[in-house]
Design a protein around this ligand. Structure first.
Ligand code: NAD
Length: 727
């Protein structure tokens, strides 16, 4: 079983084919790298070989490094990481120098990469070490270096080669944003050289005709200057200054990878190429050893993929959806119909008037039109998607639906009525799901004649953009319903978590305390600028006040009233309500009303925090420390996640972490609330929570589970993460 094989032909071309057995996509392991190294040695030493083509036996070239291998390397400590990375550098440098004379730079063998499809991460770093890159004219292929998205950066020479090839400015979107391009755009960006119908044939022709000079990389030639200027050049200086400011602005300094990447480019630009590779390897080691990188890889890659592949799927036969009924064609129903139709599922979209149903279908047309205007879609594709949606008021059209998702008004009696109406028509074995965000599933299931086939499938808004779907098991929900929901989520290519039924399920349960803590501080006279910045500086994408403006203060007030009614005397958020109800009364309902905690211009563009807040809530004399504000905002969320675990709402901490990042943007650099608490350590977390509880109330009292962990020196992943691959 080998990942790479080599064939030599009569013309003197050695073709190395990458084809990892048993995988649909190539990923590089250290064993694979060693095999490739041996084949390169063989071809370079063989006088009959004139040139080498490296390609793939699969539809795509490669998805990158096997991240499990990286996780393993990390376990060996920093020296093991550094040595592992350096061994890749040696291999790629050997390919780049291709046996040429070190002084004359002559006599090397041309090596070309032929990419049939997608080439990501090391799948592009390897080609970048070759002398020429040919990609198939395959618009579906994605080419780029996405490492930054999982908290690391291209560490197999991609950072150094691309920045030297393109200059720091042009390389920035590819390196710092992990931007992926189709082959035509990748060529325009300078990441690859040619887009052709048959990359292997083109690469063969090229290696047979290449001259010595074609093999010498600019950085190995005399007098190399970095495009756009190195850091000491006036133009280069400005680039680095700007890039540094941009990175700090975007990441708030909490993502170690972005800073390390910039340092590797900046420092590397001032030394020779091989020293630059060593610098890159050191920074890569630094980042990989940082707990943030491990947590991000674990949550955003390993756990996310495991959940998408059905890690918690009950063992029942395939439940893929063939015909979906969506009840209610409002904002959510229309979005759900769209994503399902887009995945090729037949959809019946029902509302109480034909006009409303049509409006729901038009929502899908609107999204597709946007895709067409961005040249991502064709008119034919739009017609194909829309043809899957039947917009009607006629419940009889639900005949034959194997799944219903109900998204009518958030009113139990309306929901009960449509449940009964739909169940009168749909097959006896169909599953009925509700998209409610606040009503208990087990209560709504009472309207169903088959409660074991009743489940919650909770989408987030906007449905076409949000990746998370929360699946909620009611008291009587059976396994087949859970499998159905998971198979549906997989069809529409989103990420599922499965939780048990309790107030606000998981995501909203944690996000509400975050928003409330921010609002509570406004009421206490904490400077709102401090509140918002404290959140952003912890890596939250939106401060709590901006978030509630976005989701609507009106909705917040409605939820507050309902919760208060349900909880009676135990209701803990009087102080929050005072502010929220006052805002509601003043008509400051959030962004939609162009007035909220922020001010907006007539076009609805956010201006700054609303100055009137200072009049209504005079600034307290002593303002809290930044850290205290951050602790309040973060612990409000993280302690709620712990309680959700303690109470059995969450059954898998991977779901808690992935759900937090994808559902409400919980500081992604932490890998999620459990990852973050593990970084702090349970003991320190208890200490902080106790201090917060003493100053601000019982809502911060450490849950018994956290106390127990602190006493025993446990971590969340140590205790509950048996299924979660260690990263
Ligand atoms: P919406 O008001 O935009 O849409 C509701 C739709 O249901 C309307 O088009 C209405 O005409 C239709 N409807 C009402 N009664 C009906 C009936 N008897 N038969 C057929 N259609 C009927 O509301 P929305 O924001 O789309 O929310 C729908 C559901 O999704 C609610 O349960 C809500 O809690 C939940 N939800 C909303 C969000 C969000 O961000 N808005 C997020 C997650 C879940």
């Amino acid at each position: 079983m080998t990942d790479f094989t080599m064939e030599k032909d009569a013309d003197g071309v050695a073709t190395i084919t990458w084809d990892v057995p048993g995988k649909s996509m190539n990923v590089l392991s250290m064993d694979g790298a060693a095999e490739l190294s041996r084949l390169i040695d063989d071809a370079l030493a063989d006088d009959a070989v004139k040139g080498i083509v490296i390609t793939s036996g699969k539809a795509d070239f490669a998805a990158g490094m096997d991240l499990n291998v990286l996780a393993g390397m990390k376990q060996g400590g920093p020296q093991a990481v550094f040595d592992g990375v350096m061994s890749l550098h040696h291999l790629l440098r050997k390919i780049e120098r291709a046996g040429m004379d070190a002084r004359t730079l002559k006599g090397g063998k041309p090596i070309a990469a032929a990419l049939p499809g997608t080439a990501l991460g090391i799948g592009l770093e390897l080609p970048l070490a070759c002398h020429r890159i040919f990609a198939a004219d395959n618009p579906k292929a994605r080419i780029g270096l996405p490492e930054i998205m999982v908290g690391i950066f291209p560490g197999a020479g991609g950072t150094t080669r691309l920045s030297r090839k393109l200059g720091a400015m042009a390389a920035a979107p590819l390196l710092l944003e992990g931007k992926l391009n189709d082959p035509a755009k990748a060529k325009a960006a300078g990441a690859i050289d040619e887009v052709v119908a048959d990359p292997v044939a083109a690469a063969r022709d090229w290696v047979l005709s290449a001259q010595d000079a074609d093999l010498v990389k600019p950085w190995d030639a005399k007098g190399y200057k970095m495009p756009g200027g190195d850091p000491w050049h006036p133009a280069g200086f400005m680039t680095f200054l700007g890039a540094n400011a941009m990175v700090m602005g975007k990441t708030m300094g909490v993502y170690p990878a972005a800073r390390a990447l910039l340092s590797a480019v900046y420092e590397g630009a001032q030394v020779d190429f091989d020293t630059a590779l060593r610098i890159e390897a050191r920074w890569f080691t630094n980042v990989l050893m940082n707990p943030s990188a491990g947590n991000m890889i674990r949550s955003l890659f390993i756990s996310k993929e495991a959940l998408e592949k059905g890690a918690n799927r009950p063992d029942v036969p395939d439940q893929r959806v063939r015909k979906l009924g969506v009840l209610g064609a409002g904002m959510m129903g229309a979005g759900i119909a769209h994503v399902a139709a887009n995945a090729g599922i037949e959809v019946v979209l029902i509302d109480s008037t034909q006009e409303a149903a049509d409006r729901g279908k038009a929502h899908s047309a609107g999204i597709l039109d946007k895709g067409i205007s961005r040249r991502k879609l064709t008119e034919a594709r739009k017609a194909e998607v829309l043809a899957h949606i039947t917009a009607t008021t006629d419940y009889a059209a639900l005949n034959g639906c194997d799944l219903i998702v109900e998204a009518v008004f958030e009113d139990p009696s309306v929901k009960a009525e449509v449940t009964a109406k739909a169940e009168a028509v749909i097959p006896a074995d169909a599953i009925f799901a509700t998209n409610t965000s606040t009503l208990p599933i087990s209560e709504l299931a009472k309207a169903s004649s088959r409660p074991e086939q009743f489940i919650g499938i909770h989408f987030f808004s906007p449905v076409d953009k949000m990746a998370l779907v929360e699946i909620i098991r009611g008291r009587e929900t059976g396994d087949r319903a859970v499998a159905k929901a998971l198979d549906f989520v997989r069809q529409i290519r989103k990420t599922p978590i499965v939780v048990n039924d309790a107030r606000f399920f998981y995501a909203n349960r944690c996000i509400i305390p975050y928003i409330n803590e921010g609002i509570r501080m406004v009421g206490e006279g904490v400077n709102p600028v401090l509140i918002e910045n404290a959140a952003r500086l912890m890596g939250m994408p939106l401060g709590p006040l901006q978030l509630v403006d976005e989701t609507s203060i009106e909705l917040g007030a409605r939820i507050a009233r309902a919760t208060r009614k349900a909880m009676g005397d135990a209701y803990p958020d009087e102080a929050v309500d005072a502010v929220i109800f006052a805002m509601e009364k003043a008509g400051r309902l959030g962004r939609k009303a162009k007035a909220g905690f922020y001010a907006y211009d007539d076009a609805g563009k956010r201006q700054g925090l609303w100055e009137g807040l200072a009049a209504d809530y005079p600034r307290a004399e002593g303002q809290p420390e930044l850290t205290e504000v951050q602790h309040r905002l973060m612990f409000a969320q993280a302690l709620e996640a712990v309680r959700a675990l303690e109470q059995g709402v969450l059954t898998d901490i991977r779901e808690g972490d992935v759900g937090a990042i994808l559902g409400w943007g919980f500081a992604p650099w932490t890998g999620g609330p459990f990852g973050w608490l593990d970084m702090l350590g349970a003991e320190r977390a208890v200490e902080i929570a106790e201090a917060l509880a003493a100053d601000h109330g019982d809502r911060f009292a450490p849950p018994a589970l956290l106390r127990d962990m602190a006493a025993k020196g446990d971590s969340f992943y140590g205790r509950f993460g048996a299924q979660a691959a260690a990263a």
